[in-house]
Every structure is written in C-alpha cells, then in structure tokens.
Design a protein around this ligand. Structure first.
Ligand code: NZQ
Ligand code: ZN
Length: 381
C-alpha cells in the first residue's frame, strides 16, 4: 500500500425532506448567492423547496450554469457575486452547477482571469464558502474538492482541485425527475470513477478492492431496477450514495489510480459537447482491451468478483469480462462506439495531436501516450 493523506470534511445531509435543513446550515447573516442550471429545479419543485427553506432570508440568484460549465458563463457569475459582496454560495443542481460554483467560489476573491485558476490551481487563494443541494447522482462533486470547467473559445475542458463543500444535501426524491439518459450517464460515470481507482495493479489493498467491488456490484444490481422504476426511493438512494462514495477519496487510500478514460472522455466532450458519462462508456471498454496485458491480473479479479466470470483460460475470461463491461453500458441504453455518436477519424487525429503537443502521459504507469490513445480510440470507432 502506498503512503497517503486522507481528509474529507464534508457534512452529508441525506434523505427525503432534508432540503428543509438549509436555513440551519447556512449562517444567518450570510450574503448568499444561489446558483442554478437551466431550470429543471423549477419544474420538479426543488426551487420551491429551497425558497421555502430560506423563507425570510435575503439572497440573489444566478441562473444558467450549463452542462459542462463554461468559463464564459462563470465569469458573469463571478462579476455578480463581487458586485453583491457575496460571502456564501449555494449550488442547486447537478455536478455542472456545483463544479461551476466551485470556480465562482475561488474566482470571486481572485484578481486575475478565473481561467488561470483552472489551468493552475496553485494560484487559488481565499475561497468563498459554498454548499450544495445535489439533484443528479454522478460526479461525486458533492463530497470532493474537484471541478471540471470548459472553455468554449479554446474548446478545452480541464479539471482543477481546491476546497470541499461545507455541506451537501442529498434527497433521493430530487432525482425522480431525471430523464433516463441522465440516469444512464450518471450510473456510467459512477461506475467509471470506481474503475479509475480500482482497475490498476492487483494486490495493493484487499480492503480498497472490496470497497470498490461493493460499489460496482451494487451498480450492476440496481441499474435494471432503476430502469424499470426510477421512482423507487430506496434504489435511487443506493444509487445516490454509490455516486458519492465513488469519488470522495474513500476507495483511493493507498492505491494507484488511472484516470485515462476520463482524460480522453473530456477531449470528446470539449470537441463535440458529448455528455460526460456517455464518453466514458465508449472509452473504457476500448481502454481495457488495449491495456489488458498491464491490467490482466486485476481484470481477472474484477471479472470474477463483479460479473462472476470464472470459467475458461485467462485470455477467454479477460475477453468476456471486457465484453460484460461493454454490455453493462449498453444495458443502460448508452452507446459504446464513436460512430454511434457521429464522431470520426478527424477527432481521433485532433486528440492525439493535443496529447502529443502537451506531452500527455496517462494511466497508472504514465504510459498512455498520444499513440496509445490512438489505439484506444481506433478500437472504439
Ligand atoms: O441545467 P438543468 O436544467 O438543471 O438540467 C440538468 C442538465 O441539463 C439536468 N438535471 C440535473 N438534475 C436534474 C436534471 N433534470 C431533471 N431532474 C433533475 N433532478 O441534467 C443535465 C445534466 O446536468 P449536469 O450537472 O451537467 O450533469 P452531471 O451531474 O453529470 O455533471 C457533469 C459535469 O461534471 C463533471 C463532468 O465533466 C461534467 O462537466 N465532472 C465532475 C467531477 C467532479 N467534480 O469531481 C468528476 C466527474 O468525473 C466529472 O468529470
Ligand atoms: Zn466522471
């Protein structure tokens, strides 16, 4: 096991009715700005619950943080926050609203252009405290310090890290209005977060392995039930908790991490606007195929413990395991090939060009170069 430091200060407030707790959690004298996406919270009643919970409080609202939040939009939110001397932020929405709010929180006190903070998070100084009401289980953003921001002008999408939410309110009933495609992408995103931290080297930590396998197995078990009935409170609660536990540091203690699927996926989103979870469903099976020698022992363990694949030679089991992974994504209703998304050879060339230019080396061994990325993307054409 590698050395590690672990600290996660997020207060999780979980369960139906928990939005009513807002007034107690946000300091009474705060100059509060609430941030939102495109309006789903007005349709499903979450906005009304937030306003009711904060009755008698003053706050300003910023609307329009889009999926894959854009720096162009966030600059406007930062200007509004500064104008009103905001000293507490509440994100109400999915991972994009919360990620955008993490940048607003760092950007309000920062004197330069906030994109500089995305490119180099060591420049982040003071951060306005922030919290969230999460409406889409997927990113784990509610219990981690990361955020991913896009730049329309340069067609780039990068992650940065700074501070954690003060608290996160997770009410599974808030997810009942999610469209099936967003649920599918959220389950795929959660699955791949776990895989990025698990599918590396065998034998590092049996405890981390079993925690990770527990989340993967739970997702495989609940996905068809959720597809059948997305208003099943207990299953949506499990899904929500899987998403949080998938990327809050708990399964990452002392183990190597990969993240190549995410980095390649971010390029697909930057160039085509493809939904995050959908990009991962395309890239992961191809990455496992190309990297199967390096990841072989772990693939055999994963096949056995998550999909019950135990018969046949190692090669056969690995092949079946990768197929089972792709079939799982397809069972969610997602595409697993680039051509299904209308993405072709020029995009592959452009991603390889970018990785070569940046000197990108991904994966737990830092050996996924531009050329290896080409093999991965050719594989999922
Ligand atoms: O904007 P509104 O109208 O609210 O609609 C959203 C949006 O259109 C809608 N939605 C959210 N909750 C809903 C709902 N519709 C109905 N009912 C609800 N309860 O869903 C759409 C997608 O929302 P978005 O926030 O973009 O989805 P998600 O939570 O999957 O976030 C994706 C972003 O997070 C980043 C991704 O790269 C992407 O930019 N990630 C952030 C991570 C992190 N902070 O740690 C890690 C992840 O790997 C990921 O990269
Ligand atoms: Zn993700």
């Amino acid at each position: 096991m590698n050395n590690f430091t672990f600290q996660n200060p997020v207060k999780l407030i979980f369960g139906k009715g928990s939005i009513a707790r807002l007034a107690r959690e946000i300091p009474a004298d705060s100059r509060l700005m609430i941030t939102f996406g495109g309006g789903s919270v007005k349709q499903n009643g979450i906005y009304d619950q937030v306003v009711a919970a904060l009755a008698g409080r003053e706050f300003i609202e910023f609307w329009g943080i889009e999926p894959n939040p854009k720096i162009e939009t966030l600059r406007k939110a930062i200007a509004l926050g500064r104008e009103h001397k905001v000293d507490f932020l509440l994100a109400v929405g999915g991972g994009s609203v919360l990620d955008g709010t993490k940048l607003i929180a760092a950007g309000i006190p920062y004197e330069g252009d906030p994109w500089e903070l995305v490119l180099d998070d060591r420049k982040i100084g003071r951060v306005v405290p922030f919290a969230d009401v999460m409406t889409l289980p997927a990113t784990g953003s509610e219990m981690n310090a990361g955020a991913v921001i896009s730049n329309l002008a340069t067609q780039e999408k990068f992650a940065f890290h700074h501070s954690f939410p003060r608290f996160s309110i997770l009410d599974p009933e808030a997810t009942f209005s999610l469209p099936p495609f967003q649920i599918a992408c959220g389950i795929a995103d959660t699955f791949v977060h776990v895989m990025e931290q698990y599918m590396t080297v065998a034998g590092c930590s049996p405890l981390m392995d079993r925690w990770a396998e527990g989340i993967l197995r739970t997702l495989v078990e609940i996905a068809p039930k959720i597809r059948e009935n997305p208003h099943d409170y207990d299953r949506m609660a499990d899904y929500m908790l899987c998403a949080t536990m998938g990327l809050n540091g708990f399964i990452a203690m002392g183990v190597p991490q990969d993240w190549a699927t995410h980095m390649i996926g971010h390029e697909l989103t930057a160039l085509h606007g493809t939904t995050h979870g959908q990009t991962l469903a395309v890239v992961l099976p191809a990455l496992l195929t190309v990297m199967q020698e390096q990841k072989g022992e772990k693939l055999l363990q994963y096949g056995d413990r998550v999909f019950g694949i135990r018969e046949g030679s190692s090669e056969e089991r690995i092949e079946r395991t990768i197929r089972a992974t792709e079939e799982f994504f397809r069972s969610l209703g997602l595409a697993t090939r680039l051509h299904e998304l209308g993405i072709g050879a020029e995009t592959i060339d452009e991603i390889v060009r970018r990785f070569d230019e940046r000197g990108t080396r991904l994966g737990e061994q830092g050996n996924i170069t531009g050329e290896v990325t080409r093999r991965i993307l050719e594989r999922c054409k």
